[in-house]
Design a protein. Structure first.
Length: 254
């Protein structure tokens, strides 16, 4: 969407606050021995307290309120009563929601407890690359330039990007134009970021895979060459200068 009046910015800020606070609190609440279903239920209650509704459930009928992916699962993991979290797990939580007609999206990968499996370096790379990408976005910048930046920064650190997972426009629905904000230089994409538009920017930084594949459950995605992936995501408003980060309070960069 494009922000054309103050009321729209206020609405987007409220939606951003709902998903950002939910993500932050879920990350703080997660602990070894807990099931991903318990964690999802906790997140659902926070969204409900804000008056927000789960975007993947509303849009796709997703079997959960948030997406919780663990270890080799890259994204869209289904909350489960049988998936028990363990010390050192690489966890990704993606929270998107609708509030009063406005939609917002954010995500974060993190290590649960002590980093016994040595995932923190990958996570830090994803966070840093997201920060650099977002602060290079302004009206008139080509989407493919940001993709090039993300992939270049990933390669510098010895990582790959997932080419079939992308950021996207957002605001009045979960996925809007621009429909694909890729993590690599798509030379066929001549689209430019537009001032006052709202977009969800997300990194997909991987150890060994370049593409994500869907498992038999119809939702969960894993790498075509295995390995692990870190994702971090903010919803932002594009400006002529520094973007407005609507989900900054999720604490990803703290």
């Amino acid at each position: 969407m494009s922000i054309n009046k103050e009321s729209e910015l206020i609405g987007m800020k409220k939606a951003g606050e709902a998903v950002a606070c939910t993500l932050r609190e879920m990350r703080n609440y997660a602990q070894p021995g807990m099931t991903t279903k318990e964690l999802d239920t906790y997140g659902a209650k926070i969204l409900e307290d804000f008056g927000a509704k789960s975007a993947p459930y509303l849009t796709y009928g997703f079997p959960g309120w948030t997406c919780i992916s663990v270890n080799n699962e890259f994204c869209h993991g289904i909350p489960s009563d049988t998936r028990i979290l363990k010390e050192g797990d690489l966890i990704n939580i993606d929270v998107s929601a609708e509030l009063d007609g406005f939609w917002s999206d954010n995500g974060s990968s993190f290590v649960l407890g002590e980093d016994v499996n040595k995932h923190q370096k990958l996570i830090e790379a994803s966070k840093q690359i997201l920060h650099k990408a977002i602060y290079n976005i302004k009206g008139g910048v080509r989407i493919s330039e940001i993709g090039h930046l993300i992939e270049t920064e990933a390669k510098k650190r010895g990582y790959k990007v997932i080419k079939n997972l992308t950021g996207h426009g957002i605001g009045r629905s979960l996925h809007e134009e621009p429909s694909e904000i890729a993590n690599y230089r798509d030379r066929f994409n001549l689209t430019r970021f537009k001032k006052n538009s709202v977009v969800a920017i997300e990194t997909f930084i991987s150890t060994t895979s370049s593409y994500a594949q869907t498992l038999n459950d119809g939702w969960t995605m894993v790498g075509n060459n295995g390995g692990f992936m870190a994702q971090h995501e903010h919803t932002i408003v594009v400006t002529d200068g520094k973007p407005i980060i609507l989900t900054e309070m999720n604490g990803v960069w703290e």
